[in-house]
Design a protein around this ligand. Structure first.
Ligand SMILES: Cc1cc2nc3c(=O)[nH]c(=O)nc-3n(C[C@H](O)[C@H](O)[C@H](O)COP(=O)(O)OP(=O)(O)OC[C@H]3O[C@@H](n4cnc5c(N)ncnc54)[C@H](O)[C@@H]3O)c2cc1C
Length: 339
């Protein structure tokens, strides 16, 4: 494949060396390469040793702050296969470049349970294991058994078992201690043949009824998401811009004393307050800075409303963050990766 002209988004070619990203920022990389095998990835790492390397998937969680003076690597390995079946469990290995939602659609068609709540999240398998994507009470880590990787510095392959990935809320070792050091090549998931519906979050139970199939849960998730979130094909964004903060009980109690019905969830020994609620209370819904806008239907999302620049998005995000801190004393941190 020619450098900088690789397929993504239903086969649509990107312009030369423009980096695909769902925020629709017009940014370029010095080099963009796509690889089709683990051997090819190793050769590319050898070729570009010492240069700045960034592995990307579909670019749906990235905010480039300008052109990237380095090498962007993307996996064109998109196969999935069943590895093993043991009683109720099925192990599936999916390669990093497979679109996560395509994998989930296939699994639901096979009647397998485990990832259906993550339907319609943009992005690819490799990134989902780095990000620990989550939605409607399920996170990728719940199904991940192990993650196959290659070390950037010397092309060594390494398998990380689930516990070694140190998964947390939209977090993993690949975003912290080992940031940028390993490229995910494939992910092994454990799925179930018998019903394992997770319907306690959002309106899922109401939409699906009593005993749904994985595909019915998938359809319900997609229906709910379409009402609230911008479609990547229609409007630029990177999904939730901020993480939901988890605060000590006393901080929550203080806020609950001042406001009626503060939405909240017990999590990790603290209280998770939706960042969308905090942002809305600060009056940001629909507000703009340059071409960037806080999304009307879901204030956790910043959208590219009108040819936004990276600066517009950054400034808007900073102002939102500052006002939430001033009003509530709570720091909300970005979920989006600034590059
Ligand atoms: C409209 C919209 C809705 C969204 N909804 C959700 C949601 O409900 N829940 C949720 O969790 N997320 C959501 N997201 C965020 C996004 O979909 C996820 O973060 C997704 O995992 C990003 O996948 P990607 O392939 O686009 O990764 P990219 O954005 O390309 O990369 C994300 C990170 O992963 C790294 N990376 C990518 N591929 C590899 C690899 N093979 N090896 C090592 N590192 C790699 C990148 O360097 C980067 O740090 C949403 C985004 C959008 C635009």
């Amino acid at each position: 494949m020619e450098n900088g002209k690789w397929k993504i988004d239903n086969g649509k070619l990107t312009m030369e060396n423009y980096i695909p990203n769902t925020f629709r920022m017009k940014v370029r990389a010095r080099v963009i390469e796509e690889y089709h095998s683990v051997g090819e990835l190793r050769s590319l790492l050898e070729k570009y040793r010492g240069e700045r390397i960034l592995a990307i998937g579909a670019g749906s969680n990235l905010l480039f702050q300008g052109d990237f003076d380095g090498v962007i690597l993307h996996s064109a390995m998109r196969r999935a296969r069943a590895l093993d079946e043991n009683g109720d469990e099925v192990l599936i290995e999916a390669q990093a470049g497979l679109v996560m939602d395509e994998l989930i659609a296939q699994l639901c068609d096979m009647g397998l349970w485990g990832l259906e709540n993550l339907s319609h999240i943009p992005g690819e398998v490799g990134a989902s294991a780095v990000q620990n994507v989550g939605a409607y009470g399920v996170e990728a880590k719940d199904a991940i058994v192990r993650v196959h990787t290659m070390r950037v510095s010397d092309g060594q392959e390494r398998i990380f078992e689930n516990a070694e990935c140190r998964y947390g809320y939209r977090d993993s070792i690949f975003k912290n201690e080992l940031k940028g050091q390993y490229i995910v090549t494939s992910v092994v998931y454990r799925l179930w043949k018998t019903p394992h519906p997770q319907l306690d979050y959002g309106h899922l139970r109401a939409v699906t009824g009593g005993t749904p199939t994985p595909n019915e849960v998938r359809q319900a998730v997609m229906q709910i998401r379409r009402q609230k979130l911008p479609e990547v094909s229609e409007i630029g964004s990177a999904g939730s811009f901020f993480k939901n903060p988890i605060v000590p009980h006393e901080v929550y109690e203080a806020i609950a004393g001042q406001y009626n019905q503060v939405p909240h969830f017990e999590q990790d020994g603290g209280v998770k307050i939706p960042a969308a609620w905090l942002i809305e209370q600060c009056g940001w819904k629909g507000k703009r800075v340059g071409g960037a806008q806080v999304y009307e239907k879901q204030p956790l999302v910043i959208v590219n409303a009108d040819n936004a620049t990276p600066e517009d998005v950054k400034n808007l995000a900073q102002q939102v963050c500052d006002s939430v801190r001033e009003k509530f004393g709570i720091h909300i941190s970005p979920e989006v990766n600034y590059i």
